[in-house]
Design a binder for this molecule. Structure first.
Ligand code: PSU
Ligand code: MN
Length: 304
């Protein structure tokens, strides 16, 4: 591995040197997933939750020609406030790095950074997937191909129903990505705890998740896993309540010819407006919950 592209905060450097549990975090959720100032509040608090649960946070982003593994407060602010932060997935990685631009990493790109740094667990909100009508548009997130090949476990609240959840799960099955329900038998749909789809395996303890991951990787079965962690009931929205809003946002995206990497941020922003901020509150609550679970899994993996 060529580590000359990586820089680390002292906290992460110390954790790596002393084999402490680390949880990776993405920056696209900060730059493109939430408005200011909720994004910076979330970014700081999610790190604290990871520390409170016995692990070290490593928020990953690209700046000054380096993949930053861990960001200081000033850098977090830059991702939260800079207007033209690039959204970086696997495709964009080498260009943004070599041009010295500031780039927020998606799930796919954060997995790449985490794997280069030797970090096994990553907490986020939701992953990208197969878009509705993806069988025609071929809009399938590079998050899925990354999960197929890069050894990082992604703790998330499932997949938003802006996507085609059924086809997303089919894709993951084809590519051998285990979809674990953490304390649930139903795959969650981000804002809602239910989706109508099941998970592959239900596990109720972080230690069981860690054992499954260790077994996968010791066998040399490359790729990640999804640890699907439903939003806590008190913060959840009803599936049928959010569905109408999603239909409207999707129709507007189509009318306005929104395509490519702009689709997901457009839909997220529109859903927030249409729910008068309720979706944002749910989004933040589920990220905190995922951070807690991810820290527990990271701690358990160090005991394997
Ligand atoms: N889903 C969410 N919130 C997000 C994203 C997805 O609920 O912020 C972001 C993540 O960074 C994810 C990316 O990796 O969108 C997927 O973008 P695309 O569909 O363009 O691959
Ligand atoms: Mn896409």
């Amino acid at each position: 591995m060529n580590t000359s592209y990586l820089t680390f905060t002292d906290e992460v450097k110390d954790a790596l040197a002393n084999n402490k549990p680390i949880v990776a975090l993405e920056t696209t959720i900060i730059s493109h997933g939430m408005p200011y100032p909720q994004n910076i509040e979330m970014a700081k608090k999610v790190e604290q939750i990871i520390r409170d649960n016995g692990a070290v946070p490593a928020t990953i982003g690209i700046m000054d020609g380096k993949i930053k593994i861990g960001l200081n407060e000033q850098e977090l602010e830059a991702f939260a406030t800079t207007a033209n932060v690039e959204k970086v997935s696997r495709r964009d990685f080498p260009y943004i790095l070599s041009s010295g631009k500031i780039g927020a990493t998606t799930v796919a790109a954060t997995m790449i950074g985490a794997a280069l740094a030797g970090i096994e667990v990553f907490a986020t909100g939701g992953i990208g997937g197969v878009h509705r009508e993806g069988e025609v548009t071929m809009d399938v997130s590079a998050d899925l191909t990354e999960l197929a090949q890069t050894n990082v476990a992604v703790v998330c609240a499932g997949v938003k129903s802006i996507l085609d959840i059924g086809r997303t799960l089919e894709y993951l099955e084809t590519h051998g990505v285990p979809v674990v329900g953490f304390k649930t038998s139903e795959f969650p749909s981000f804002y809602a705890r239910e989706s109508g789809y099941g998970v592959d395996f239900r596990l109720d303890e972080a230690a069981q998740v860690a054992a499954m991951l260790r077994t996968k990787w010791e066998l040399g079965l490359a790729g990640g896993a999804i640890i699907a962690n439903p939003v806590p009931a008190e913060s959840a929205m009803a599936h049928n309540e959010i569905e109408g809003v999603i239909q409207q946002a999707l129709a507007e995206a189509k009318d306005q010819n929104v395509t490519g990497k702009k689709v997901t941020p457009f839909l997220l922003a529109r859903i927030k407006q249409l729910t008068e901020g309720r979706s944002l509150e749910t989004n933040i609550a589920l990220v905190y919950h995922n951070a807690q679970t991810a820290a527990q899994v990271a701690v358990a993996l160090k005991n394997k």
